[in-house]
Design a protein. Structure first.
Length: 294
């Protein structure tokens, strides 16, 4: 077994669903993973947990409340199992109560999930500044990779993977995951490095040296995992990273982008800024968001 396969083999997957259209866009990808990798599949729906005053306002007794919750649970499980039969994906259905992103993360950890699937809703202008959706919170806070599928009709396949890396100290973790995914799906792997020079020109001689240095760095990292990257699949560009990553992914007809995010604290958690979040918002190609190193 190669070095990366022991750590990154995808055996258990979780569909975090709210039954929305966006959530259902995950189903063909869940089927692809299930059929290709013979995964164990969970589906989780999270009921909101209301404050006591809400129940008092609608005049529900404790017994009535328990019956209402239990009835909703049963109906939800039945709905998931119906979707399971129609989609051809064999799910173990679960229903939880609480804050959706927190319950999804806790459930995924407890059940040793390797990959969480979530749909990406359309993002409004205000959400581009203050992102509060369940999927966004998952991408920011989950210690487990999150596969985010946008609302875009496309052929469901994983034949081309794009891994953007900035060559900082943790880049090898992003590359490790991309290599493992490439092996599991027998997919071509493209690695891209974007340089943010912007307003000044780089002499051609120095640019060639930079390309050569980056290429050697990437091939060297890949060799640690007994993987050889085709030099033609190592890509370079200059500009705003998120824009360039999306542009290259579209041009190369990439099937999935894999990249890491960074946990942030305080007020930074409420404002967009990282490259991964910008790609997540702007890409019509599925993105696997990897957690930062622990």
């Amino acid at each position: 077994m190669k070095k990366d396969e022991a750590a990154q083999k995808i055996k258990t997957i979780l569909w975090a669903t709210d039954f929305s259209k966006e959530s259902r866009f995950c189903l063909p990808y869940l089927k692809l993973f299930s059929n290709t990798l013979r995964t164990k599949n969970y589906a989780l729906y999270v009921l909101p947990e209301f404050s006591d005053w809400v129940y008092e306002a609608v005049y529900l007794s404790d017994d009535e409340l328990k019956k209402a919750v239990e009835s909703t649970r049963k109906k939800t499980v039945t709905k998931i199992l119906t979707i399971s039969r129609k989609s051809g994906v064999d799910f173990e259905a679960r229903v939880k109560e609480g804050i959706a992103s927190e319950e999804i993360i806790n459930y995924a950890k407890a059940n040793h999930v390797d990959l969480i699937f979530a749909g990406r809703r359309g993002i409004s202008k205000i959400e581009q500044i203050l992102v509060g959706s369940t999927t966004s919170r998952l991408a920011r806070n989950s210690d487990i990779p999150v596969f985010v599928i946008p609302k875009a009709k496309r052929k469901v396949k994983i034949e081309k993977i794009l891994c953007p890396i900035d060559l900082h100290e943790f880049s090898f973790l992003e590359l490790e995951y991309a290599i493992s995914l490439s092996r599991q799906f027998n997919a071509a792997l493209y690695v891209v490095h974007i340089s943010e020079f912007f307003n000044y020109r780089v002499p051609m001689f120095n640019w060639d040296k930079l390309i050569n240095k980056v290429s050697k760095k990437i091939t060297g990292l890949a060799k640690q995992y007994d993987y050889e990257i085709d030099r033609a699949n190592i890509l370079y560009d200059i500009g705003e990273p998120a824009h360039k990553i999306i542009e290259i992914a579209r041009k190369r007809e990439i099937d999935v982008i894999t990249m890491a995010t960074h946990h942030r604290k305080g007020i930074e958690k409420f404002f967009l800024g990282s490259v991964s979040e910008k790609v997540l918002m702007g890409s019509d190609i599925p993105v696997i968001i990897l957690p930062p190193p622990q």
